[in-house]
Design a binder for this molecule. Sequence first.
Ligand SMILES: [Fe+2]
Ligand SMILES: [Fe+2]
Length: 170
Amino acid sequence: MLKKSIEDICNRQVEREAYSSNLYLAMAVWAENNGLAGVASWFYSQADEERLHMLKFIRYINERGGKAVIPALKKPVAGFKSVEDVFNEVLKHEEFITASINEIVSVTLDEKDFNTHNFLQWFVTEQIEEESSVRAILDKVRLVGKNNMYQFDRDIMGLRTSSSATDSAT
Ligand SMILES: [Fe+2]
Ligand SMILES: [Fe+2]
């Protein structure tokens, strides 16, 4: 049975992963409306992944005898100045999510909940990947994007890491 403190902080992460999914959908819409089909695809895929992260938490909470809460979501920002601007926002958001996961890890240590600690290791690794892939995209945007957004947009889907894209929700 999950302790209340763990259940609550895992439910907070359900909300944050759901918000991440919606934020990336808003970014996909922005990209699509600006003629950037490749960037839009990247964000649609990313939104799907974040939904899988949310599901992992929901199912874990329920499996351990807790009650997952499906949250109301705040409206994500929708206007961006440029592709570089949008990916700077993604990096900021992923850094926030990394800090959030690390905080849960530290609560599981305080509470001596080693099952949840073990469950979280997948997310610890995932956040390292998420941050590094966004940093790689930002490097490309700065290198190529300013002069040739067409090329950047055409190639961006090739920058997706295959492991996180194929992980299932279970
Ligand atoms: Fe996530
Ligand atoms: Fe993420």
